[in-house]
Design a protein around this ligand. Structure first.
Ligand code: IPM
Ligand code: MN
Length: 364
């Protein structure tokens, strides 16, 4: 198969982790007989420097002409001025919205080898394996009005939380479809005791549930969910929520896995269904970590696992995706660690070495 990919390394550690993920994809291609057609583009701070905008029409066109996008990370202190007109993050928000990437999948899986690498008690996090589905193109991030104005009493500002029935329905379907393929349990997170958008969210969830009688739907308030994540994360399997709640809860959830450096993500433009290829953008859940850039220390696993996600959802190459995930697990079992997941008695390696170790295990 020919895989037409847009590759956007971005800023900070982005280029380093992308190099490793591409190395892994190339070797999957060699082993399974696929050809990678890679088009590189700019996004974020580097795009501001070189093209005067965080997401240029050229980059967007290149992404539209590809079958999937692999992204590193954006942002850094150089572009952090709060009064700046354009910010690297605009590139990320712009690409999500322009490409219709409404479903953000963020799995949280605790590898048994890393149970001791977290701050939580092993008995709480052992076996934790759930997936967050965060609505990505609606809510407070994009709602209008969104502005700041001067009043007699000083400045005032507004952001708008808005959701349509259609926006809720499609993200709910992603939740139910994934739940159906896992433990047939879906938790829908909202704040229906306070917010009107959440009351609509709940109503639509109930309506969509009628199409999935085999899946048990549970509603959970967002504050309770924040607590549950720490108290009893083993209860969760598939969790669906709106944009802002999902942003906050997924950072919290990432700490269960020991390091943000372990967590991949997929942002999809459709509802995943068996044997259907979906356009998507794949990136690690972590940011550009500017202080770690260029040191060959950053953990490339989140990006490598994102590449596996890409094979699964955008190309329906389940065996190839599994091969990457198995190679990563094997390497961890053999005690190789980057600094962020290092513990006593393990073997510390750098970014490149970790990529090479995964490749070697893939080639078997
Ligand atoms: C994320 C990030 C982004 C978000 C930022 C960088 C705009 O925190 O992907 O979670 O808030 O969505
Ligand atoms: Mn975030």
């Amino acid at each position: 198969m020919k895989l037409n990919l847009a590759v956007l390394p971005g800023d900070g550690v982005g280029p380093e982790i992308i190099t490793e993920a591409i190395k892994v994809l190339q070797s999957v291609g060699e082993v399974y007989g696929h050809n990678l057609n890679l088009q590189y583009g700019l996004i974020g701070g580097i795009a501001i420097d070189e093209q005067g905008t965080a997401l240029s029409p050229e980059t967007l066109k290149m992404c539209r002409e590809s079958e999937a996008v692999l992204l590193g990370a954006v942002g850094g202190p150089k572009w952090d001025d709060p009064s700046a007109k354009i910010r690297p993050e605009d590139g990320l928000l712009g690409i999500r919205k322009s490409l219709g990437l409404f479903a953000n999948l963020r799995p949280v899986k605790v590898f048994p080898e890393l149970v001791d690498a977290t701050n939580l008690k092993p008995q709480v996090i052992k076996g934790v394996d759930f997936i967050f589905i965060r609505e990505l193109t609606g809510g407070l991030y994009f709602g209008q009005p969104k502005k700041r104005w001067q009043t007699a009493d000083g400045w005032q500002a507004v952001d708008t939380m808005t959701y349509s029935e259609k926006e809720i329905e499609r993200i709910m379907r992603v939740g139910f479809e994934l739940a159906r393929r896992r433990k047939k349990k879906l938790v829908s997170v909202d704040k229906a005791n306070v917010l009107e958008t959440s009351r609509l969210w709940r109503q639509v969830a109930e309506a969509v549930a009628a199409d999935y009688p085999d899946v048990a739907l549970e509603h959970m308030l967002v504050d309770a969910c924040a607590m549950r994540l720490i108290q009893n994360p083993g209860h969760l399997d598939v969790v669906v929520t709106e944009n802002t709640f999902g942003d906050i809860l997924t950072d919290e959830a990432s700490m269960l896995a020991g390091s943000l450096g372990m967590l991949p993500s997929a942002s999809l433009a459709g509802v995943p269904q068996e044997n259907t290829r979906i356009f998507g953008l794949y990136e690690p859940s972590h940011g550009s970590a500017p202080r770690r850039a260029g040191l060959n220390i950053i953990n490339p696993i989140a990006t490598i696992l994102s590449a596996a996600f890409m094979l699964r959802y955008s190309f329906c190459l389940a065996a190839e995706a599994q091969a990457i995930e198995d190679a990563v697990a094997k390497m961890l079992r053999e005690d190789y660690r980057t600094y962020d997941i290092m513990s006593e008695g393990k073997k510390e390696v750098g970014t490149k070495e970790m990529g090479d170790l995964v490749v070697a295990r893939l080639r078997g």
